[in-house]
Design a protein around this ligand. Structure first.
Ligand code: TYD
Ligand code: MG
Length: 454
């Protein structure tokens, strides 16, 4: 019987029996690639045909102490991990090539090892000399990290088994090669097999592993998406090219809150922690100008002030442009529609550009009012009152909804010298000394009072 080939989507891991240009499961294009079955004996025999051993079962109320955590003493990293590194945990750090993953993890390795954790850093991408040179440049050469340059997973596992480190960093999972799998390094089968070997090894031996994964747009290299299910924690390292800010974001964490962010700045001497991200994101701001609005947002457990910038200009095209950086484009479309339908301010025939300064991606609906304010301010060529921050969620009816953590948002604004908050009118608005509040029930009231129109 001929060996049946299988096809797997690089993006979501769904398997099919024939190749297709688009994956049926996730809709991504050009992500399907061929994969040989893992074992030739994957026959149709039901697993129940042969009896297995018994699984130990326990009650829910057995007492477990929370896992001891080791801190890297890089606060931004520790917070994203949920308070430090949990023993035997598997972590995936994903991000675009060149964003700074290797730099971050070399620094983390140095910090963890200096804090008493036996750490091994395996690079499959760079020669040991290259990594050593980087360590020297970053001033980390005295940190007790053990360094290896290898891609053969069998050799790596043997080394880890003998050395018994507490933390192993694998840079990157795409370069690892498992000799039992018959396809090229970087293919889905290889990435999946390597990640499976490493995570189960970590659990068995009580070693924490951090896997680095590249995300590519064209789907050539297997994305780490298939790996996301296997690990305890998934962190994404993001930032805009040309910006020095880098944001480490927890998108999944079995040991802490998801959506927590850590902010770093890429400098000549490596990544520096940014203790006060609001100050950094607002640092290039001058006097209030039309189209610029400061939003008091919450990222994870922390308030962060960011500037929304909008530009509205007559469109030379038959179809006006809508360009968004750092926010959701369908949410922008919704706000434009609400402005038109509920307040009677049309944007047809106008190009709209919206940008979050500093390269942060904002996903909170609480930014709705700030976006609406930036769009109106740009359209009317009128700046917002000096010292004002804005937040509030917008409903399709044009009503303003209260958002969570109002007090934290106000406190952060006050800390950075703002004096007024433009926000939804709440039943009980918390009082924060030094900051006045202007509450509105709906968008019409807001537009009438702030822009004298509507
Ligand atoms: P790197 O960590 O190699 O990225 P990744 O592992 O995600 O591919 O970092 C690559 C970029 O970072 C590179 O363009 C140079 C820059 N960089 C600095 O600006 N300062 C530094 O101290 C270091 C080490 C790198
Ligand atoms: Mg790298």
């Amino acid at each position: 019987m001929a060996k049946k080939l299988n096809y797997v989507c690089n993006a979501c891991g769904a398997s099919t029996t024939k190749w297709a240009g688009q994956c049926d499961s996730c809709g991504e294009w050009n992500t399907i690639s061929e994969e040989k079955p893992l074992t030739s004996s994957s026959s149709s025999k039901a697993i129940g045909a042969k009896r297995g051993g018994r699984v130990a079962l326990t009650a829910l109320d057995t007492h477990e102490t929370p896992p001891p955590r080791t801190r890297s003493l890089m606060d931004e990293l520790d917070r994203v991990l949920g308070g430090g590194l949990v023993p035997s945990s598997a972590i995936l750090v994903g991000g675009d090539p060149g964003i700074g993953k290797s730099t971050l993890l070399l620094q983390a390795a140095a910090m963890f090892s200096s804090n008493g954790l036996k750490t091994i850093y395996i690079s499959g991408e760079e020669a040991a000399a290259q990594v050593r040179m980087r360590a020297q440049r970053l001033g980390l050469k005295d940190a007790p990290v053990q360094l290896g340059a290898e891609t053969n997973l069998r050799d790596i596992l043997t080394t880890l088994e003998e050395e018994k480190p507490q933390l192993a960093i694998i840079d990157s999972i795409q370069t690892m090669w498992v000799d039992t799998v018959d396809s090229a390094p970087g293919s889905v089968s290889q990435v999946r097999a390597a990640a499976h070997e490493l995570t189960s090894f970590a659990k068995r031996k009580g070693i924490s592993v951090i896997l680095v994964g590249h995300v590519t747009k064209d789907g050539q290299i297997a994305g780490p998406r298939v790996v996301e299910h296997m690990v305890d924690t998934v962190l994404y390292f993001e930032g805009e090219r040309g910006h020095q800010f880098r944001i480490l974001r927890a998108v999944k964490n079995r040991f802490g809150p998801a959506d927590e962010i850590g902010v770093f700045e890429m400098t000549g001497g490596g990544l520096q922690e940014v203790r006060n991200p609001s100050a950094l994101f607002l640092s290039e701001r001058g006097t209030p100008s039309p189209g610029s609005v400061v939003f008091s947002g919450i990222e994870g457990t922390r308030p962060v002030l960011v500037e929304f910038q909008a530009l509205v200009s007559p469109s030379p095209h038959s179809q006006a442009r809508r360009t968004v950086v750092g926010w959701d484009s369908s949410r922008l479309a919704m706000i434009l529609a609400v402005l038109e339908a509920r307040v009677g301010i049309p944007f047809a025939g106008l190009d709209v550009y919206l940008n979050v300064a500093g390269g942060l991606k904002v996903s909170e609906p609480a930014a709705d009012l700030a976006v609406a304010a930036a769009l109106l301010s740009a359209r009317e060529d009128a700046a917002l009152p000096e010292g004002a921050i804005v937040f509030g969620e917008l409903s399709l009816s044009g009503a303003l909804r209260n958002v969570s953590q109002t007090e934290n948002r106000l406190k952060e604004a006050q800390k950075l010298g703002f004096t007024t908050a433009i926000m939804p009118k709440g039943e009980k608005t918390p009082k924060v000394a030094g900051i006045g509040t202007r509450g509105f029930d709906d968008l019409t009231g807001f537009v009438g009072e702030i822009f004298g129109a509507g």
